[in-house]
Ligand binder design. Structure first.
Ligand code: ADP
Ligand code: MG
Ligand code: MG
Length: 898
């Protein structure tokens, strides 16, 4: 079998497509060699050997040794040097790890291998450069001693032992000042090398190995061994890289960046990875080997400086930069070394980039003709797209700021404000033009006004699907939730973190993209895209990010099969969502409307009513509010459909629970406070999420359903009259039995008939249901006899399928994720095997009964890329998500279809 793949002199056994076998580094070294870039000759030992190694008690296939020897032979021939040559310039090699996906810094590399007491003299003689020769030897012993021989820091030691020897020598010889390594003379280095060897002897009990072939064997084993080191294992777990992939080992002729001031090493990007700008970006160190750049031994200089210091080398690098992009057709992150003015390429790979850079690079590469638009759409990670929308902290200011706590990044962006602990006080402060951060233990619908008024929301408890997080996403608010280090005292109006007390009105800043909380104020501004799309700001529309974003969204529209709707309760949210390209509402939560202004009073009156008449009287007060709300929404929708969910939450959520509030309400309604207390007591439930809610409310009190239906249809009639073409889709929540839906639909149709007769008009409406309890999914064929559409309410469907309360899961889900009982938080991304199976059943059964049944999703998952892709796979017609998630969903939907 072939285990070794060589490259050099413009030829290669492997190529860039062979990453599984050769690893990313090896495959691209071969590819660069093929296209004539200056890559020092070498060979890759394939990942199959790694697999063999671990399957066979850390031994190698019999044929390997001869193949390695032949590989070295090829390098010798191409480079005109010999491994272990003690008379002329010897071949030295780098032994480099290289997995399929890059695992930066996780595994080991050994440079300058092949040196010993004889070959170093040969090197010195051949180059007439003693400092250089002994510098290489010093580096080699240090790296090999550390990585292969395991001479490393022990418990109780502050520094790496080799570093300690080096620093001690420098102090003895040059005093306590800082001396850069490249200032050491050959004689200094010889002494240090002697001490290094003594250290190795002391720590390992053996002399440093001098035979180059033995050194090579040790290094290869160390690289294969590093695949199973702790760091690598942790990294693989984090990034879902299977252990079976294994690493390859690359053995490559050394080139030297440490021969003097015409030499150096660097890393560079073909474009700026932070902004995406098409500039040559990177850094280098003169007179250094590559590991110095990464290790931070000396501070590197910007690559642009090379233009002055080594103009010829710079020009060559700039040429290579262009070749790389034309060939690999993506932004590249590459490593190079300059030896006596000649440039060598040591690595290239697709560069990691920010969301902002991803959008810019993708769209500009299409313009440049490098890639087509479909590739561009695939290139932008959907979950990073919201970075383009997020308000941003001033880059310099945030570096100086002090992180005081961490929580979940629940609403991306940056916000600074004075802290308030109570919604009303937050609203008051905001009315006085203060910038406000609402800080709560957790939020509830009562806090909504405060949340709207605030720049950002910070909670001590709650996960990604907590109320705070959900509302924050819907409103595009910056939010950090579940920051456990926060201790909020509502009475004293203080926040204590690590013993430091913050009072109401003190400044804090939160980064909802990273989940960080900072002390003090940090300057922020709205993103260009939002200014342009939502605020219609002419200046922003001239901006590059804006234009690129709009272009990307156009391509998404071309590529997609599913459409994207929004979850919105107000005309403003609708406006924002349509600006982002939503084509309708997938979920209006009517109960959110009841919390605005003094509607809550009428709502409470309705709940407290003791007779049908009294209830109808209170409902009559709510009707005009709802009608007005729906009219506003229809108007804003411009003919797009609106799925309107009827009353869903348990009634007790609407009643005040503190004694003072109850007294206030009693006074307002002119009833004894005891009555309110009694009702609160009656409505108390042990398990409210499985209690008196959803369609159960409408079945017990059909007059609520009737009022809501009337509000919808009257608003639709009004809207139609004004030419807005309302398309209401009435959605009955929490249906598990066909009969539940039948009863509610009857009420709706009845009201529709009346309103259409009264208004002498026809209304284009439909009635359907949410699929959010397992029984609903399992009997979807029956339910579809009545339902004209299904919308998957995956928040409740997840909760009911897993039997896991989403509000209480914070205490056990994190360990579940750690133990990989669940791959990801099922409330954030759809549990495809469990919840997803029910969805598939419902889709299939629903279509059996009603071929053209409209299918969508309105759970929070509708804005999460993996879930969106799953929805495409099972054939949903649309996904619906918070207004500010619409671009992410559109991108994910297009990616799923392409
Ligand atoms: P990592 O995967 O950690 O980046 P590499 O194998 O790329 O490890 O090696 C780290 C550094 O060692 C490179 O950036 C480069 O500067 C240097 N290096 C690797 N191979 C050679 C070589 N053949 N000649 C000179 N320097 C090399
Ligand atoms: Mg590298
Ligand atoms: Mg629900």
């Amino acid at each position: 079998a072939k285990y070794v793949y060589s490259w050099g002199a413009g030829k290669a056994d492997g190529n860039g497509t062979m990453k599984p076998l050769l690893g990313g580094k090896g495959a691209n070294l071969a590819e660069m060699g093929r296209i004539g870039l200056p890559v020092p000759a070498g060979f890759t030992i394939s990942t199959e050997v790694c697999t063999y190694y671990y399957d066979n008690k850390r031994t190698y296939p019999a044929a390997l040794q001869a193949q390695i020897a032949a590989g070295i032979g090829k390098i010798e021939k191409i480079m005109g040097v010999t491994f272990g040559d003690a008379t002329r310039f010897p071949l030295l090699v780098a032994v480099r790890s290289g997995a399929r996906d890059s695992m930066p810094g996780m595994m080991d590399t050994i440079l300058n291998l092949g040196l010993n007491d004889e070959t170093v003299i040969a090197l010195e003689r051949a180059t007439q450069n003693p400092r250089f020769a002994w510098d290489c030897y010093r580096r080699f012993i240090q790296m090999y001693g550390d990585v292969v021989l395991g001479v490393q820091k022990r418990a109780g030691e502050d520094h790496e032992p080799f570093e300690t020897v080096l620093e001690t020598y420098k102090d003895e010889t040059y005093g306590n000042g800082h001396l850069e390594d490249n200032k050491l003379t050959a004689d200094d280095l010889k002494t240090i090398i002697d001490r290094f060897k003594a250290l190795v002897k002391e720590r390992t009990g053996k002399a440093f190995p001098s035979d180059p072939w033995q050194q090579l064997e040790g290094a290869v084993s160390a690289v294969f061994g590093s695949w199973m080191n702790d760091r690598a294992i942790v990294y693989r777990r984090k990034y879902n890289i299977p252990a079976e992939w294994g690493t390859a080992v690359n053995v490559q002729a050394m080139v030297f960046g440490n021969t003097g001031d015409e030499s150096g090493s660097g890393v560079a990007f073909t474009r700026d990875p932070a902004t995406g700008e098409k500039v040559f970006y990177g850094e280098f160190l003169l007179n250094a080997q590559g590991e110095d750049v990464v290790a931070g031994v000396r501070t590197p200089e910007a690559v642009a400086e090379l233009a002055k210091q080594m103009p010829k080398a710079y020009k060559e690098l700039d040429r290579i930069r262009k070749v790389l992009e034309t060939h690999f057709k993506d932004m590249q992150d590459f490593e190079f070394t300059i030896q006596d003015g000649t440039v060598y390429m040591l690595q290239t790979r697709n560069g990691k980039r920010t969301g902002v850079a991803a959008v810019r690079i993708a769209t500009e590469m299409v313009k440049e003709g490098l890639i087509d638009w479909k590739t561009a759409v695939m290139r932008v990670p959907a979950d990073q797209l919201d970075q383009v929308l997020a308000p941003i902290f001033d880059r310099v200011a945030v570096k100086k700021a002090n992180v005081i706590a961490r929580g979940l990044p629940a609403g991306p962006g940056a916000a600074s404000g004075e802290i308030y602990f109570n919604a009303d006080r937050a609203v008051e402060a905001a009315a006085k033009d203060k910038k406000v951060l609402l800080v709560r233990v957790e939020t509830s619908p009562e806090d909504l006004r405060g949340m709207i008024a605030a720049e950002g929301i910070l909670t001590a408890r709650g996960g990604v699907s907590s109320h705070a997080a959900l509302v924050a996403r819907q409103m595009g608010k910056v939010c950090v939730c579940g920051a456990a280090a926060l201790h909020v005292d509502y009475n004293k109006r203080t926040l204590t973190v690590d013993g430091t007390v913050y009072n109401e009105g003190d400044w804090l800043s939160i980064d909802g993209t990273a989940g960080e909380v900072y002390a003090g104020r940090i300057e922020t501004g709205a993103s260009e895209v939002i200014q342009g799309l939502v605020e219609n700001d002419a200046e922003a529309k001239k901006g590059r990010t804006f234009k690129n974003f709009v272009q990307l969204m156009k391509w998404c529209a071309e590529g997609t099969r599913m459409t994207v709707r929004t979850n919105a309760d107000t005309p403003e949210q609708v406006r924002n969502a349509l600006a982002f390209g939503a084509v309708g509402i997938g979920l209006t939560r009517t109960e959110h409307m009841f919390f605005e202004g003094d509607r809550i009073d009428a709502m409470r009156e309705m709940i407290l009513a003791e007779s049908l008449e009294a209830r109808q009287e209170a409902l009559a007060k709510l009707l005009p509010y709802q009608r007005e709300d729906f009219f506003g929404i229809f108007k804003e929708l411009k003919g797009y459909p609106a799925t309107i969910r009827f009353l869903d939450p348990p009634l007790h959520e609407f009643l005040p629970n503190s004694g003072d509030q109850q007294k206030d309400l009693a006074k307002k309604l002119g009833i004894p406070v005891e009555k309110i207390q009694q009702r609160v007591h009656d409505l108390h439930e042990f398990n409210p999420m499985l209690g008196f809610r959803g369609c159960r409310l409408g079945i017990r009190y059909p007059e609520i359903t009737a009022m809501q239906a009337r509000a919808v249809f009257e608003a639709a009639a009004d809207a139609n009259k004004k030419g807005y073409k309302a398309k209401p889709e009435i959605m009955i929540p929490l249906v598990g039995f066909k009969k539940e839906l039948d009863l509610q639909v009857e009420v709706v149709h009845e009201v529709a008939r009346k309103v259409q007769a009264e208004r002498k008009t026809t209304i284009n409406y439909s009635v359907g249901t949410m699929i959010e309890v397992p029984r609903g999914a399992l009997t979807a064929d029956e339910i579809a006899q009545t339902a004209e559409f299904f919308s998957f309410g995956t928040n409740d469907l997840t909760q009911t399928t897993l039997g896991m309360s989403r509000d209480d899961s914070g205490s056990f889900l994190p360990p579940y994720e750690e133990l990989e009982i669940v791959k990801k938080n099922p409330f954030a991304t759809i549990d495809q095997t469990g919840v997803g199976a029910l969805m598939r059943i419902a889709v299939e059964k629903g279509r059996q009964t009603r071929k053209d049944i409209k299918l969508g999703i309105c759970g929070e998952h509708g804005g999460e890329p993996d879930s969106v892709k799953f929805c495409d796979a099972i054939g949903l017609d649309y996904v619906s998500c918070s207004p500010f998630r619409v671009p992410v969903a559109r991108l994910a939907a297009a990616q799923a279809a392409l």
